[in-house]
Design a protein around this ligand. Structure first.
Ligand SMILES: Cc1cc2nc3c(=O)[nH]c(=O)nc-3n(C[C@H](O)[C@H](O)[C@H](O)COP(=O)(O)OP(=O)(O)OC[C@H]3O[C@@H](n4cnc5c(N)ncnc54)[C@H](O)[C@@H]3O)c2cc1C
Ligand SMILES: *[C@@H]1O[C@H](CO)[C@@H](O)[C@H](O)[C@H]1NC(C)=O
Length: 613
């Protein structure tokens, strides 16, 4: 047995070394990172990049890769492939690129739709290096107040407030101060966070090496000997947390980043990773979320590719041999064919397999097997509010608020999602409140004297389904009144946190699951595409849910590959690019990290010497 393990290890090591030495280089390099240029404030110039409409004559010739969907996942895959020498075209159905990273401006207020804070972008972190590569150093992040989240549990007189701060050691010690009787539980949870953060790449690697090998490593138990991460991934968060502590409030805190699945149906690994994500600080893109697409598209263009919007892909073209060779783009009544030997889909597994593949391919068992592994995720409801007044005048802060009416998340979420359409708006169990204008230091320059707030909760698609065939902005009074019932309750609840906003409200808009379907092309209004349920994170499911698909030359990118979040989807893009290139681009990133570390050490040494002289 041990001999076999040793032999296998040697084989994997040899293969890895071969890849490392002879694999095609990805095009990532320190030289491609420039110091950030001045911010482009001219909306027209910005629109030229992020709102370039599709027409057949704008399609570059001799394309190597088509990417469907311009979310962070698709753009990451596209920029990585472009830098590796591929000619790439990104096609986006909306009139603006960016997917969840797009922003919209209405009456002088700018709202981001799917980026409220991001972690792990401190200097020389792997994620930061990846961002620098795909934006050629142009993306800048503002570190937020170390006190980045407040969690309020309970209502009325029985309200408890907890605060979360970032910091290598402060995060843990600050939590311990608030739960002095549970220091051991917190210690254990932070150990789990550390293992999760350090070893999740093992799980990701299982998606890159041949599937049979991954399954063998798991089934033989070898994987579990190597690291506990494979088991953590399939461990139920509630089961684990209940064993840690009897304190119900602390149990909530261990799972407070709510992404649509109650803790009893979620993976301990994912919940721990989310907590860890902000340990070294919470950040916000300077200039707003739209900077992300703006700069990554420029990288793609610099390497001969492009991104075209108003380009809804209606079908992936598949030849007699079962290989993808292009897509059809809908232009009014017509359809335009765009061809390329590789198609990357970043619009989710459900859209890709159920809507875009030709019917005769969809019915194939391998496709159905992939679909059966995933469920549709929950929908979201967002209230966008605009105020006349600065954050100082209104008492607004950059800290996010998570409010939970009850400290039994499993029970309250189940109860809510079991409610009828009519009961739901008056019984919302949780919400997230965030003030984007207080995070971006440049928001004051772009929109002086104005502040904006986004409130978010998760809802069931079925409550809104009856209006699914109506058109956006013309869905009728009944729909409007129904969504406003949610909005009023949420906004009143937010006013308990920030009483001064009530009289200064000058703009309000409400997004429902149907809004997600329209602007993000999501199925059943899902907020994070496929559901992040526990079964999805069983190690074997992680292996099978890979970037290659049963259709040759068709690859999956984005949040459905591993996990949601800007970081999660970006990794989905890197994993996808690695699969397409047959070269693990993470190796290049790690090499860059080493070089940067050395460079930094040198700089520090020189500085020290100068001081001495
Ligand atoms: C309200 C909200 C708040 C969030 N907050 C945070 C946060 O604070 N921090 C964080 O890290 N993450 C957050 N997230 C999650 C994060 O934004 C997403 O997980 C991530 O951006 C998804 O990226 P993606 O590239 O996989 O998909 P998307 O960004 O969804 O991109 C998919 C793209 O495909 C396009 N598309 C779909 N169908 C077609 C078609 N047929 N043809 C052409 N194009 C098509 C869509 O229009 C879309 O642009 C939030 C998400 C939401 C919705
Ligand atoms: C919780 O504790 C019980 C009893 O000790 C044990 O059987 C179970 O495996 C534990 N669950 C987890 C997820 O650690």
């Amino acid at each position: 047995m041990w001999l076999l393990i040793a032999l296998l290890w040697l084989a994997v090591w040899a293969a890895g070394t071969y890849w490392y030495l002879f694999g095609k280089p990805s095009g990532f390099s320190l030289e491609s990172v420039r110091p950030p240029g001045p911010r482009e404030f001219d909306q027209k110039k910005r629109d030229k990049i992020i709102k370039q409409g599709f027409s057949a004559n704008k399609v570059p010739e001799n394309l190597d890769v088509i990417v469907i969907g311009s979310g962070i996942g698709g753009l990451t895959a596209a920029a990585t492939l472009a830098k590796a020498g591929k000619k790439v075209l990104v096609l986006e159905q909306h009139d603006q690129a960016g997917g969840c990273c797009h922003t919209y401006i209405e009456k002088g207020f700018e709202f981001d739709v799917g980026l409220h804070y991001i972690g792990q972008v401190h200097e020389n972190s792997l994620l930061r290096i990846a961002f620098d590569q795909i934006s050629e150093g142009q993306l800048e992040f503002q570190e937020l107040n170390p006190h980045f989240d407040t969690i309020v549990i309970g209502q009325g007189g029985d309200k408890r407030e907890y605060t979360i701060v970032s910091g290598k050691t402060e995060m843990k010690s600050h939590l311990m101060k608030q739960f002095p009787d549970d220091t051991e539980a917190i210690e254990t949870f932070f150990k789990i966070m550390k293992v999760s953060a350090k070893k999740t790449h093992y799980l990701a690697t299982l998606k890159l090496i041949p599937q049979w090998l991954s399954l063998f490593l798991l089934k033989s138990g070898i994987a579990n000997l190597v690291s506990p991460v494979f088991r953590l991934s399939g461990t139920c968060a509630t089961d684990f947390v209940n064993n840690l502590t009897k304190n119900k409030d602390l149990q909530v805190l261990f799972s407070y980043f709510f992404y649509g699945v109650p803790p009893k149906d979620s993976s301990l690994l994912i919940n721990a990773l989310l907590f860890h994500h902000y340990k070294r600080g919470a950040y916000y893109p300077k200039g707003g979320a739209s900077e992300i697409a703006f700069h990554i598209i420029r990288t793609i263009q610099n390497h001969g590719g492009d991104c075209l919007v108003r380009a809804p892909v209606s079908q992936i073209l598949v030849d007699d041999k079962g290989a993808a060779y292009g897509v059809k783009v809908r232009r009014g009544p017509e359809e335009v064919e765009v061809r390329a030997p590789v198609v990357v889909s970043n619009c989710g597994v459900f859209t890709t397999f159920e809507k875009l593949l030709p019917p005769e391919i969809q019915v194939k068992q391998e496709i159905q097997d992939r679909l059966n592994m995933m469920k549709h995720g929950r929908g979201s409801l967002l209230v966008f509010s605009g105020f006349d007044g600065t954050e100082e005048e209104l008492g607004l802060v950059s800290t996010n608020f998570w409010l939970y009416k009850d400290n039994d998340m499993d029970k309250s979420m189940d109860a809510f999602f079991a409610m009828s359409k009519d009961e739901a708006p008056d019984n919302i169990p949780m919400m997230f409140v965030t003030v984007p204008s207080a995070k971006d230091p440049e928001a004051k320059l772009r929109h002086p004297g104005k502040s904006c707030m986004t409130i978010l909760t998760m809802v069931k698609y079925e409550w809104f389904e009856e209006w699914k065939d109506t058109t956006v902005r013309k869905r009728g009074d009944e729909y409007h009144d129904y969504k406003m019932r949610f909005a009023k309750n949420l906004f009143d609840w937010a006013c308990t946190l920030f009483p001064k906003i009530k009289d200064k409200l000058v703009f309000q808009d409400v997004a429902t699951p149907l809004t997600n379907t329209h602007y993000l092309g999501s199925q059943r209004g899902a907020m994070y595409s496929a559901e992040h349920n526990l079964e999805r994170f069983y190690a074997e499911a992680v292996v099978k849910n890979r970037c290659n698909t049963p259709v040759k030359n068709l690859y999956i990118s984005g949040q459905d590959v591993f996990s949601c979040g800007i970081a999660g989807a970006l990794h989905g893009g890197l994993l996808c690019a690695s699969t397409v290139l047959d070269h693990i681009v993470y190796i290049d990133l790690l090499l860059l990290k080493k070089k940067l570390k050395r460079r930094k050490a040198k700089e520090l040494a020189q500085l020290a010497q100068k001081k001495l002289q």
